[in-house]
Design a protein around this ligand. Structure first.
Ligand SMILES: C[S@@+](CC[C@H](N)C(=O)[O-])C[C@H]1O[C@@H](n2cnc3c(N)ncnc32)[C@H](O)[C@@H]1O
Length: 244
């Protein structure tokens, strides 16, 4: 990972981030429609991980230059579809390892006739490190990442210092990191990690969290959290440093 030129104390993405995964691959059941979408629509909207780990040119994936929004772990993709439809002037890349979700998003993109969405089915940690060049992303979105509540599983949490350093290196100066969770201890953990990054500024005006952004639609995971009586926490941080 090209973090050295970013003046980061990290020399490379620690190997454990690639080895200890933030997900368990559950194939689940692919509906016929999802399977057909994966077969027929992947060639149109899918971005390969690239065996040789060559950084890509995101503009070329979309055939145009536009601000890039990257959503990690989009689940069913409903929030991503909603945002992409509301902001045709931006490019949206969704990264999700759950194949039924990828198939569902592909269908949604086709049905809505969206031209500003591309999809990766890779581990986001690996895809971002290998394929996204430094300073190429306007906004990263991570909503309701798996909380991994047991202490012995905390190392699987997606949001941790090495991953945040990687995301910051890919953000344009002034770019945004948006997160949400319904798991209070994870919200605290996120806050600790994000506050410790010198080049990030908390956008919250009061306290650690921002009000729920209007642009964030309710997803299945959030609805489940609310049914369980969980409070939902929204976080937004901006990359502040200027890179020469
Ligand atoms: C709890 S779900 C939330 C889904 C969606 N954001 C929502 O709010 O409904 C977390 C998702 O993150 C995905 N995920 C976890 N780690 C990932 C990784 N390293 N790369 C890509 N996707 C990941 C999981 O497959 C899962 O679908």
């Amino acid at each position: 990972v090209n973090l050295r030129s970013e003046g980061s104390p990290l020399e490379a993405l620690p190997e454990h981030l690639r080895r200890v995964r933030s997900f368990v691959r559950r194939e689940g059941r692919l509906t016929d429609a999802q399977a057909r979408a994966l077969e027929n629509l992947w060639p149109l909207y899918g971005i390969e991980s690239g065996a040789e780990a060559q950084p890509g040119n995101p503009d070329s994936w979309f055939g145009r230059s536009a601000p890039l929004v990257v959503e990690i772990g989009f689940g069913s993709g409903s929030a991503l579809l909603h945002r992409a439809a509301l902001a045709p002037e931006r490019n949206f890349l969704g990264i999700e390892v759950h194949r039924p979700g990828v198939g569902g998003l592909l269908r949604g993109v086709r049905d809505a006739g969206l031209e500003n969405v591309r999809v990766s089915d890779a581990d986001a940690v690996v895809f971002i490190e290998d394929r996204l060049p430094p300073q190429s992303v306007s906004e990263f979105i991570i909503e309701f990442p798996d909380p991994w509540p047991k202490k012995r599983h905390h190392k699987r949490r997606l949001v941790q210092p090495a991953l945040v350093a990687l995301l910051v290196s890919r953000l344009l100066p002034g770019g945004l990191l948006r997160l949400a969770t319904d798991w209070a201890p994870y919200a605290e953990h996120m806050t600790e990690v994000l506050k410790a990054m010198p080049s990030l500024e908390n956008m919250a005006v009061e306290g650690d969290y921002i009000p729920r952004p209007e642009s964030r639609p309710l997803t299945r995971f959030e609805a489940r959290g609310l049914r369980l009586g969980h409070e939902v926490f929204d976080l937004a941080y901006r990359r502040t440093d200027h890179v020469g």
